[in-house]
Design a binder for this molecule. Structure first.
Ligand code: ADP
Ligand code: MG
Length: 374
C-alpha cells in the first residue's frame, strides 16, 4: 500500500486510541519511516486545520529525545503522519513484559524524557499525552517521546470523558488542573511524567479505578501513596522529588529542564532532604492503587516539617528530654513566682497596695511618737 504516492506501508507496528502505526518506507528519500494513519479526515470540518497546525508545530521540534515528524497530510479520507522510525519498543510494552524497572533505569528515563519535554516547552509546545505508550526505547537504549502535539488534535480531555475505554487509558496521567477543565500547560506534562515514573517504579500508576471519573477525582483530591511502600529500594531523594512532580498545583512542580538536570546527576541516589512519610498513616489520606473511593480532602505533602503549633521555644538541647509531667515540676509549688507574675501583670494595683501599706505604717509610727510616754 502506498500512502500519498510516496510512503510504502510494510508491517503494522501498533494500534492506539488515535489510529494505527506502520513501519514503512519513504520511496522518495529511500529511508525507513513510521507512518501513523489517524482518524477519518472529514470527521470534523475544523480538524484538518487543527491537525495541520499541530503537525507543523511538532515538525519544528528537533531533539534527540523527541521522535522527529517528517510529513503529514490527508490520504483517502484519513490523516497520516510520517515520522522517524524508532527501532525498539514502547515503555508500555516494556512494563508489560518485564514489570517494574530498576530504579537507575527509571532515573535515566526521567532525565531523557524531561530533556525532550524541556526542549518542546521552550518552543511553547505542550505534549498533552505523556504515557508509557508514547515513550519509545530505541536500539541505543535511549528513550524518545512520540506523538508530540497530536493529543490536542484528538481533543483528549473532552473526548476522554465520553469515549469508553479511552478515558481510562488517558486519565491515568491527567494532571489535576486538566481534570478540572483548565488548559494543559508545561506543568501538566511534568505531572504526567511523574505518573509514568511512578508506574515504572511500582508497576502501577499512582491512581487507578474502573471508573474514569474516580481516577480524575483522585488526581484532584487524593495524595499518591509514597512509592517507596511498594519499591523499598527507592532512595528518599528520588521519592521526594517524584512527589513534587505530582504536586496538585502546577506551580509547585519543578520545570521539565529542572527535572532533566536533577536526574542527570547522582543527587537522586541520596536521602530525602525533607520528611516524607515512611509508614502508612492511620487515616486513609493516601490513595492506594485500585482504590475506588478517593479520599475527599486535598492533601499537600509538606516541603519541610511544620513546627508545633504555638511553639516559639528553641529546640531542647539534644539528649535532654523534657519531663513527661511538667505540671508537677513547674507549677503548684512556687507560690511566690505566681505572685511575682501577678505583680508584673497588675503594676497599678501593686503600687496602690504598697502606698496604702506605707501610709498605715507612717501613721502608726507618728502615733507612737506622740504617745503618752512623751
Ligand atoms: N515513530 C515510531 N517508531 C516506532 N514505533 C512507534 C512509533 N510511533 C509509535 N510507535 C509504536 O506504535 C504503538 C502505537 O502507537 P499509537 O497509535 O500512538 O498508540 P499509543 O500511543 O496509544 O500506544 C506505540 O505504542 C509504539 O509502540
Ligand atoms: Mg502514541
Amino acid at each position: 500500500m502506498l500512502v500519498a504516492d510516496r510512503y510504502r506501508l510494510d508491517v503494522a507496528i501498533g494500534r492506539g486510541g488515535m489510529g494505527e502505526v506502520w513501519r514503512g518506507h519513504d520511496q522518495v528519500l529511500g529511508r525507513p519511516v513510521a507512518v501513523k494513519l489517524m482518524l477519518a479526515a472529514d470527521s470534523d470540518p475544523e480538524a484538518a486545520a487543527r491537525f495541520r497546525l499541530e503537525a507543523q508545530t511538532a515538525a519544528r521540534l528537533h531533539h534527540p529525545q523527541v521522535v522527529t515528524v517528517f510529513d503529514f497530510g490527508a490520504w483517502q479520507d484519513r490523516f497520516f503522519l510520517v515520522m522517524e522510525l524508532v527501532e525498539g519498543h514502547s515503555l508500555a510494552q516494556e512494563l508489560e513484559t518485564l514489570g517494574p524497572l530498576p530504579v537507575d533505569r527509571v532515573a535515566a528515563v526521567a532525565a531523557q524524557t524531561a530533556a525532550g519535554l524541556a526542549a518542546a516547552h521552550r518552543q511553547g509546545v505542550i505534549h498533552r499525552d505523556i504515557k508509557p505508550g508514547n515513550l519509545i526505547r530505541g536500539a541505543d537504549d535511549g528513550v524518545k517521546i512520540a506523538d508530540f502535539g497530536i493529543a490536542r488534535f484528538a481533543d483528549d480531555s473532552s473526548a476522554a470523558l465520553t469515549g469508553v475505554g479511552q478515558i481510562v487509558g488517558t486519565s491515568l496521567y491527567l494532571a489535576p488542573e486538566r481534570a478540572l477543565g483548565s488548559a494543559a500547560g508545561p506543568g501538566s506534562d511534568v505531572y504526567a511524567l511523574g505518573c509514568v515514573l511512578y508506574q515504572l517504579l511500582v508497576g502501577e500508576p499512582p491512581f487507578q479505578s474502573d471508573h474514569a471519573a474516580a481516577v480524575l477525582h483522585q488526581h484532584v483530591a487524593a495524595a499518591p501513596a509514597p512509592p517507596s511502600w511498594r519499591c523499598p529500594r527507592l532512595p528518599g531523594a528520588f521519592e521526594e522529588y517524584l512527589l513534587r512532580m505530582l504536586a496538585k498545583r502546577p506551580e509547585e512542580r519543578p520545570a521539565a529542564q529542572e527535572v532533566a538536570d536533577w536526574f542527570a546527576t547522582a543527587v537522586w541516589q541520596g536521602a530525602a532532604a525533607a520528611s516524607v512519610p515512611a509508614e502508612a498513616p492511620a487515616s486513609s489520606a493516601y490513595a492506594m492503587p485500585r482504590t475506588a473511593a478517593p479520599a475527599p480532602t486535598v492533601y499537600a505533602l509538606p516541603k519541610t516539617p511544620a513546627p508545633a503549633a504555638g511553639s516559639r521555644r528553641a529546640p531542647a538541647a539534644s539528649g535532654r528530654r523534657r519531663s513527661a509531667k511538667p505540671g508537677r515540676q513547674e507549677g503548684g509549688d512556687n507560690l511566690h513566682l505566681r505572685v511575682r507574675a501577678l505583680m508584673r501583670r497588675h503594676k497599678v494595683i501593686t503600687i496602690a497596695v504598697a502606698g496604702a501599706v506605707a501610709l498605715v505604717v507612717s501613721t502608726l509610727l507618728s502615733m507612737a511618737a506622740i504617745g503618752p510616754g512623751n
